[in-house]
Design a protein around this ligand. Structure first.
Ligand code: F6P
Length: 366
């Protein structure tokens, strides 16, 4: 019998709704080719480094029906960068070590012919280095932040927007009933895509995004105009990476994450600044946090993730390595990894979305 080719799949970075749909898409498409077997490394590349390795065969039984589930059946980590890998030392300290060459050697020695790395910009930068070290690798982009310029959309984003919009709708009830200002903080790091879409979908009065630093007095004016006559309410959506003009971002923990400082808590910063600037309305704050990444992907993300999975496997059989799958102009295509990791995608001040939001009466505090 002819020896089968082996594909290794892994998920890296933060979890994101749709990861399992990509894994299933790859496995199902691969089953249509008789000469391929698909395996998954547990917890990104950590499964390969471990001794014994933690690698599972992605059988029909394992991948059946997983497209509806959130998270990733392969587990993930943002602390397993093979180029800068944390190695505990005998004196109890941690030394960061480049293990990329060792990793490529081990993947080859385990008999893998190709790898599909499902992850965000950090993971795709790793893919690029591993490709240069001789690994046959394909990238699949994932992030709820939708901040990769090489693809018009990433899966997980629409689910995050839906969760944020559902939460926003619930907060409107309290705003209306109590004549309050309700501030809802959403994720997105340095990009305001989740906030902007949620503000339009929910019908916010104010939307604060990192790309448009805010003037607190403009927001107070907007609130007071809504409260004319004594009654009123205001719903604000703020992106975690937002900052005032001449100010900095808020990190309530002050902790350093895997690559950047951990954001979070800007809703409380804004609340305090509003009060200091003379806002007399009652204010409440909600930080949505990881709720936005949790649970089942909505239909749109299941479809996009499944298409990405199928396409990624097709790139493998066509031997088009060193590329990342992308959604462009309503088509599934791919781009070289160098291009994929070159530029993030931010909301532009003069974009049709911002203009339309302003047309709907949404203030950006600018
Ligand atoms: O990049 C996705 C994201 O959810 C960001 O929106 C957020 O800032 C970050 O990850 C949170 O990361 P962690 O799960 O490590 O707290």
């Amino acid at each position: 019998m002819e020896k089968k080719k082996k594909l290794l799949v892994l998920t890296g970075g933060g979890d994101c709704p749709g990861l399992n749909a990509v894994i299933r898409g790859i496995a199902k498409r691969a089953r249509r080719e008789k000469d391929w077997e698909v395996y998954g490394s547990i917890e990104a590349f950590n499964g390969v480094f471990r001794d014994p390795v933690e690698i599972i065969k992605l059988t029909r039984k394992i991948t059946g029906g997983i497209h509806v589930r959130g998270g990733t059946i392969l587990k993930t980590t943002n602390k397993g960068n093979p180029i800068n890998y944390p190695m505990p030392q005998s004196d109890g300290t941690i030394k960061m070590v480049d293990r990329s060459e060792e990793l490529v050697k081990k993947i080859h020695s385990l008999g893998f012919d190709a790898v599909i790395n499902i992850g965000g910009d950090g993971s795709q930068r790793i893919s690029q280095v591993l490709h240069k070290r001789g690994l046959n690798i394909i990238g699949v982009p994932k992030t709820i932040d939708n901040d990769l310029a090489a693809t018009d959309l990433t899966f997980g984003f629409q689910t995050a927007v839906q969760i944020a919009t559902d939460s926003f709708d619930k907060l409107v009830t309290t705003a209306e009933s109590h004549h309050r200002v309700m501030i809802m903080e959403v994720m997105g790091r340095d990009a305001g895509w989740i906030a902007l879409h949620t503000a339009i979908a929910g019908g916010a009065e104010v939307c604060i995004i990192p790309e448009i630093p805010y003037d607190i007095n403009k927001i107070v004016d907007r609130i007071h105009r809504r409260y004319k006559g004594g009654r009123g309410f205001v719903n604000i959506v703020i992106s975690e990476g937002a900052k005032p003009k001449d100010g900095t971002v808020t990190s309530s923990t002050g902790e350093k994450g895997s690559e950047h400082v951990r954001l979070g808590g800007v809703a409380y910063t804004l609340s305090k600044q509003l009060k200091e600037a003379g806002c007399t309305a009652e204010i409440r704050e909600t930080v949505l946090g990881h709720i936005q990444r949790g649970g089942s992907p909505i239909a749109f993300d299941r479809v996009l993730a499944s298409l990405f999975g199928v396409h990624a496997f097709e790139l493998v059989i066509q031997q088009k390595f060193g590329r990342m799958v992308s959604y462009r102009n309503n088509d599934i295509t791919s781009v070289p990894l160098e291009e994929a990791t070159k530029a993030p995608s931010f909301v532009k001040r003069d974009s049709h979305l911002v203009r339309a939001a302003k047309g709907l009466g949404i203030s950006f505090g600018d």
